[in-house]
Ligand binder design. Structure first.
Ligand code: MYR
Length: 131
């Protein structure tokens, strides 16, 4: 269901979220317009994601329920897992630099891919349209 090419359409509270994450204002301004594109392919429990943005291109592979590492575009390392609950992908990640939790979900809402983020009480969304 998540398969396909998804292009970022809009953000909600993303600047506030990034600020909480400790990202400086210059990087936040760039990140608001990063043209993020995700090509998602699911094979059973395994996901292959090709991420591209103005910052980088990166291939990510993970298996549901299996811990993996993910470096954010600024180099901060996360470690965690994705699981599926019902129709929703739920991600629980920990920042390696400070041990704090970042949770995220992906779900399909009206044909759009909605990714929600939470860090230290701040919620944000990034909403993608199918290319
Ligand atoms: C993936 O499934 O795409 C890889 C794992 C994603 C982990 C959660 C993403 C957090 C990215 C946060 C970026 C916020 C910048 C402050």
């Amino acid at each position: 269901a998540f398969d396909g090419t998804w292009k970022i359409d809009r953000n909600e509270h993303y600047d506030k979220f990034m600020e909480k994450m400790g990202i400086n204002v210059v990087k936040r301004k760039l990140a608001e317009h990063d043209n993020l594109k995700l090509i998602i392919e699911q094979k059973g429990d395994k996901f292959i994601i090709k991420e591209s943005s103005t910052f980088r291109t990166k291939d990510i592979e993970f298996t549901l329920g299996v811990q993996f590492e993910y470096p954010m575009a600024d180099g901060t390392e996360l470690t965690g897992t994705w699981v599926i609950e019902g129709e929703t992908l739920k991600g629980t990640f920990t920042r390696k630099d400070n041990g704090k939790l970042l949770t995220t979900t992906r779900s399909l809402v009206g044909g759009e891919l909605v990714q929600c983020y939470n860090y230290e009480g701040v919620d944000a969304k990034r909403i993608f349209k199918k290319a």
